[in-house]
Design a protein around this ligand. Structure first.
Ligand code: ADP
Ligand code: ASP
Ligand code: MG
Length: 422
């Protein structure tokens, strides 16, 4: 007797969709799941490199492009791959139909270029699945109440997949990508990185938010809220064979408190997309810091790490902080305009920095995690420019030239290296 059918979402990223050969390979993987009698919705990314290409066209057309029109341009990459996958599925005998963001529709906020998904209408989707069709949905895109095309921010197809899974009450959401799971750190820079079998939503959320781009941060937050079962696995195995299990993102209860393998640190991530700004000789008086951060907040610029050096006796202090690299120009503009009010001497930007973060729920019950980090970096002569911590994370800012060395050294220091690694 065949097992009861599942409702599943399969998501394929840019590398998996890069070219017709790979799309054919994806079609076979989808067929494998569909042939078991499952109801399958597939969410696809644009071919790798395509979204960058489209973003560059917008910048070339005008550096001050209208985000509404940017969305019209960049959403097109996924339109192409969803149609192509539907064609490739039909060619191997699988009934398939594409459903663009506006056709379902997937309703979002009107924050163009970083819109949030509100509701997804499942009527057309359910009808298509009930007929035995595979529904192919372009990731990354949606539409506003007023009917304009939106996109969800870079890497947003992961969020589309989780949102579709939640809306159709899918049994699981499988994120197929170019690595076979979530690793203790980016396996492309640390060959000794180890694949993690199960990771909590909370840890994955923290890892993604500090730079592990294997899942978009918002997709993890949504999966946690909607209790969607997410698995990250490889799209490069034999398409007709059962895939090797990847990494399951699960609740803390499912991992269990008595897990003997529980490490203090689960993973390490790096983020080169932050920029550091130092304001020198800021008056050392109450309210001075507010005059710096209020105008940045008004300009919707998120400040991440902050260091204030108290210079005793001089009546002034240096203040250092980080902002997203893409917001550096705007931040400098805001701060230059506020110079009189803040009263600083010099404004020093620095883009040659990298944030390294160690994450793990084990930190709650184990002391000394930060000390291990500082010691390991000190032994390699790596200078720390700023520090932030949360309940399950410690981050440091360093010179970007030391990124790979720092990640490797910390990976070893926390005992994360794979046992069989050379
Ligand atoms: P996709 O196009 O499938 O969405 P992404 O490029 O967005 O794929 O994400 C996969 C990439 O994430 C991997 O190729 C890997 O280099 C990177 N990555 C960063 N940190 C990790 C990690 N901890 N585990 C696995 N992959 C990671
Ligand atoms: N194609 C979009 C991007 O490159 C969305 C995605 O792939 O998740 O950001
Ligand atoms: Mg991605």
């Amino acid at each position: 007797m065949s097992p009861p059918a599942d409702r599943i979402v399969m998501k394929f990223g840019g590398t998996s969709m890069a070219g017709i050969e790979r799309i054919r390979n994806v079609a076979r993987q989808v067929k494998r799941e569909w042939a078991k009698g499952n109801q399958v919705a597939v969410v696809v990314s644009a071919m790798s490199g395509e979204t960058d290409r489209l973003v560059n066209f917008c910048r070339e057309a005008s550096p001050l492009y209208d985000p509404k029109e940017y969305d019209v341009v960049v959403a097109s990459g996924e339109q192409v791959t969803s149609g192509l996958l539907a064609i490739a599925l039909q060619a191997i005998g699988v009934p398939a139909r594409s459903w663009l963001g506006w056709q379902l529709p997937i309703r979002t906020s009107d924050a163009h270029a970083s819109a949030r998904i509100g509701t997804i209408d499942t009527e057309a989707l359910n009808a298509s699945l009930a007929k035995g069709e595979v529904a192919v949905i372009p990731g990354f895109q949606g539409q506003t109440e007023g009917g304009r095309v939106t996109t969800l921010g870079r890497g947003g197809s992961d969020t589309s997949a989780v949102a579709v899974a939640a809306a159709m009450k899918a049994d699981r959401c499988d994120i197929y990508t170019d690595v076979d799971g979530v690793y203790t750190t980016d396996p492309r820079i640390v060959p000794k990185a180890r694949k993690i079998e199960k990771i909590t939503y909370e840890e994955m959320l923290e890892l993604a938010s500090v730079g592990a781009k294997v899942l978009q941060t918002r997709s993890v937050g949504l999966a946690m809220k909607e209790k969607v079962r997410v698995q990250v696995l490889s799209s490069f195995g034999d398409p007709d064979a059962e895939p090797t299990p990847g990494t399951f993102v699960v609740s803390e209860d499912e991992i269990g408190e008595n897990n003997v393998e529980q490490q203090h640190i689960t993973g390490i991530a790096y983020d080169r997309n932050e920029a550091k700004i130092t304001l020198t000789a800021v008056p050392d008086r109450p309210g001075a810091v507010a005059t710096i951060f209020n105008p940045l907040a008004e300009a919707s610029i998120n400040v991440d790490m902050i260091v204030q050096n108290v210079a005793h006796g001089t009546g002034s202090t240096d203040v250092t902080f980080t902002v997203p690299g893409a917001e550096l120009a705007r931040s400098l503009d805001v701060l230059e305009k506020a110079q009189q009010e803040i009263g600083y001497a010099k404004l020093i930007p620095d883009t040659q920095v990298c944030k390294i973060s160690v994450v793990g729920v084990g930190m709650r019950s184990h002391a000394g995690v930060a000390a291990t980090m500082f010691q390991a970096l000190a032994e390699r002569g790596i200078n720390i420019l700023a520090i932030t911590t949360s309940e399950i994370k410690v981050s440091v800012l360093i010179h970007e030239d030391y990124t790979e060395l720092a990640v490797r050294v910390l990976h070893t220091a926390y005992g994360l290296d794979a046992e069989d690694a050379a």
